[in-house]
Design a protein around this ligand. Sequence first.
Ligand code: KIV
Length: 257
Amino acid sequence: MKAKIKNFLKKKKKKKIVCLTSYSKSTSKILDKYCDLILVGDSLANVLYGMKTTHNLKIDTMINHAKSVTQGVRKSLVIVDMPKGSYTNPKQAVKNAKLILKTTRCDAVKIENNSHNLNIVKALSKSKINVMGHIGYTPQFKKKFKVEGKNLYQQKKLLKHALKIEQAGAFSIVLECISKITAQKITQSLKIPTIGIGSSKLCDGQILVTDDMLGVSGFYPKFVKKYANLEKIIDAATKKFSKDVRSGEFPKNINSF
Ligand code: KIV
């Protein structure tokens, strides 16, 4: 196992783990200073490409963005989401994960878990590929958004699933939109770090989609905190630029050759 991953694992119970998504070199360069983990999430389908779902994203698109991201990162772990359809059987999953790792120089891949794909986690980990799991709301497999783990039955089911994913060899797991009590149970029961999104502070770490956190995506559910209003800043700058171009104020002599 890579030293970077070992250091990441050591943070459980010691330090909260800071994670954000990135799709480009310029953003990653900034995030890398403050993050432990940068995820090239398949959320880029919605955020960048305006797709309604993540279902039609091609592996080449993930690879191209991941190549850009790794250029901006020096210290954080870089994890790349495997898009839907790229891990439908163990052989294909291993082949595609190897391609992602080799071409992008990322540290690990993430897959979304359903009740049928434990064998994929096992195959990846057997091939010495570091893999992160993802349970709760998993956009690749679930049609409707729903908070999970709200009753004891769901809690037991999610906990059992999380334990199996850990046993299968995942080095970490994303808990998306899982109730506070269930996120706590899973975090306490697993040896690997849990990374929450909409799953309370009772996880080992937190992740948000950077564009949501910066207030530029237009998507702000309850679990998102806007740390900036980039939409407003871009609007004001663009307005000023258009005014300056139309009035002849820009470009000036100092901007010319
Ligand atoms: O695709 C993504 O950005 C994700 C995070 C929301 C965890 O999977």
